[in-house]
Ligand binder design. Structure first.
Ligand code: SF4
Ligand code: SF4
Ligand code: FES
Length: 573
């Protein structure tokens, strides 16, 4: 605990703990690793105190021996809290019995099953039988907006979703209608739940009452494999879990990071994994527009580069390229270096400061740190027209392609020696260039620097399709042809070289230390250290409403043998 924060001693079940001044019993218990079940409380929302699930027995002070809700009882010096006596357990059982009275037992077909707080708490704290014999109430099932489906029978009216729309999105679409067992959540007529963060209401819902329509009846959650990564949709760099089944991305959900995205992400970011399946994706290597094997393409590209002076190699890349890719391109080529950016898009600032950036380039800040202030290809065009360039390497890692200057496109189409690494089957792959398919950001490892100067790692969640290789492999193999880049290593190995070559920007930073929550680089606008960027309010391991970032587990590195006869280490090491 930081020295600046006043600490208070208190007791849970006879054990002494430290709370921060002003903390509730629930917050202090969770931060100290003592789990108290809760539904309506969420660290990013105001206290509602309506679910009563967090009842504990306060054993000291004026409220002694009365069950109190832990989320709205604040720690005082010497407070004694009983979380596990028969009295507390009986109070929890009673609350669960009421919550389950009208709740359908449709877990087998509910998409929340497996990450449902009601299901888990029933298992942990509930009674195995119910005294309720009356007919359960029926409430509506409807789409509240384009992304969110409401199943009223499952709603426990915790109001997390209502408070999120009021207090975070600031759009206020949701409200509680009616009273008592007839109350549920609804939108105001004519005002659908369509704010840019609407998917967060499904993340927050502790039961299966709000579901993301993109995810409904897709995969059982216990079959998913989550990979801790970063969204490539804009320069905010939200921390996400890329959830996959059978080597296919099924959904992308936010991970808590207080230095970046709090607990949230935008709806657009949830959709971006689909660009990896785009019909326009380049899936095979090509030479002169005809498909060839990866080995043949590499041989041809190496031939083009053999013996060429570095100064006569020009480069075009984008604000989607990783720091490691930019570094290798910079090592490979010594001629003009142009960077194309995606045009500005929609921005949105939530009331708690979370921001969807208008800058849709996840690594604009990384470009500046590694390359300074490159232009968007003007110098390259001049050099091409002056006949000063022998080979151009075009690396377009942007899903959907980049809007290059038409004059530059025309010049490249006429150029004799172009090596393209392209995400999409654009004019580049159809021209006489030697073309390699580029990996989608869900298929490769690397780092981006977000708009606040925080370096973060994204990770391969699925295998590469077809003949696609990580750009790091292709660039290092091309580097061998020129002698500019030594042997093939992992993204972590390339980052180590980058940090050594650019000590002012990356010095002292190691790939491992970047970890799952990132690190502020020197001069970053937000210097929040890694240990502070998650609040440690771990929900149960079943819940995704507060996916904890702290449970760092080192995934074994996967060694993928490529048809080119070399391997690159992918994964967290
Ligand atoms: S829909 Fe979900 S989040 Fe909203 S009030 Fe009901 S249970 Fe709570
Ligand atoms: S705000 Fe940006 S980084 Fe975050 S989810 Fe949306 S597009 Fe992705
Ligand atoms: S979490 Fe405390 S009353 Fe709901």
């Amino acid at each position: 605990m930081s020295d600046a924060v006043e600490s208070i001693n208190f007791f849970i079940d006879g054990e002494e703990y430290q709370a921060r001044k002003g903390e509730s019993v629930l917050e202090a218990a969770l931060r100290n690793g003592v789990f108290i079940p809760h539904y309506c409380w969420h660290p990013g929302l105001s206290i509602a105190g309506n679910c009563r699930m967090c009842l504990v027995n306060i054993e000291s002070g004026p409220m002694s021996n009365k069950p109190q809700i832990a989320c709205n009882t604040f720690v005082s010096e010497g407070l004694r809290v009983d979380c596990s006596s028969e009295k507390t357990k009986t109070a929890r059982e009673g609350v669960l019995e009421f919550l389950l009275a009208n709740h359908p037992l449709d877990c087998p077909i509910c998409d929340q099953a497996g990450e449902c707080d009601l299901q888990q708490y029933s298992f942990d704290h509930g009674r195995s039988s119910s005294k309720f014999v009356e007919v359960k109430t029926q409430r509506p099932r409807k789409d509240l907006g384009p992304r969110i489906r409401f199943n009223g029978n499952r709603c426990i009216v915790c109001t997390r979703c209502v408070r999120f729309c009021n207090e975070v999105a600031g759009t206020g679409e949701l409200t509680v209608v009616n009273r008592s067992d007839q109350s549920w959540i609804d939108v105001f007529p004519g005002y659908p739940l369509d704010n840019p963060l609407s998917g967060c209401t499904a993340d927050l819902c502790p039961v299966g009452a709000l579901l993301d329509t993109d995810w409904i009846h897709t995969t059982r959650v216990w079959l998913l494999r989550g990979t801790k990564s970063v969204c490539g949709g804009c320069s905010t760099g939200c921390n996400v879990s890329v959830d996959t089944f059978a080597d296919e991305v099924k959904r992308v959900v936010p991970r808590e990071n207080q230095a970046v995205n709090n607990w949230w992400m935008c709806d657009r970011g949830r959709e971006l994994y689909k660009s990896a399946r785009s019909e326009t994706r380049l899936r095979a290597c090509k030479v002169d527009g005809a498909p060839v094997t990866a080995v043949a393409a590499l041989e041809k590209a190496s031939e083009l580069l053999a013996g060429v002076d570095r100064k006569k190699i020009g480069v075009l890349t984008t604000g989607h390229a990783s720091c490691e890719e930019l570094f290798l391109l910079d090592q490979l080529a010594g001629g003009p270096f142009g960077v194309g950016y995606q045009p500005e898009g929609q921005s949105f600032t939530a009331l708690d400061g979370f921001e969807v950036s208008a800058d849709k380039n996840p690594n604009r800040a990384g470009v500046a740190k590694i390359l300074g202030e490159p232009d968007e290809g003007e110098n390259l065009l001049d050099a091409l027209e002056a006949g000063q360039i022998e080979v151009v390497i075009v690396h377009d890692a942007t899903p959907g392609g980049t809007d290059w200057d038409p004059a530059l496109v025309e010049a490249l189409q006429g150029a004799e020696k172009v090596i393209a690494i392209s995400h999409d089957d654009t004019w580049l792959a159809q021209s006489k260039a030697v073309a390699f398919p580029a990996a989608h950001w869900t298929e490769k490892d690397g780092t981006w620097v977000n708009r606040k100067g925080r370096i973060q790692r994204f990770r391969a969640a699925v295998s590469l399709p077809g003949d696609t290789r990580p750009e790091l492999e292709i660039l290092q193999e091309l580097g061998r042809a020129t002698g500019a880049v030594p042997r093939v290593v992992s993204a972590g190995g390339v980052f180590r070289r980058l940090a050594a070559a650019k000590p002012d920007a990356f010095g002292g930073v190691t790939y491992r230390e970047i970890g799952y929550v990132g690190l502020p680089l020197a001069g970053a606008a937000d210097q929040t250290p890694p240990e502070e960027c998650t609040t440690y309010y771990a929900a149960g391991p079943h819940s995704r409403s507060m996916t904890p970032a702290k449970d760092e587990q080192t995934r074994l590195a996967v060694h993928r043998e490529s048809p080119l006869g070399y391997g690159t280490l992918q994964g967290s090491i």
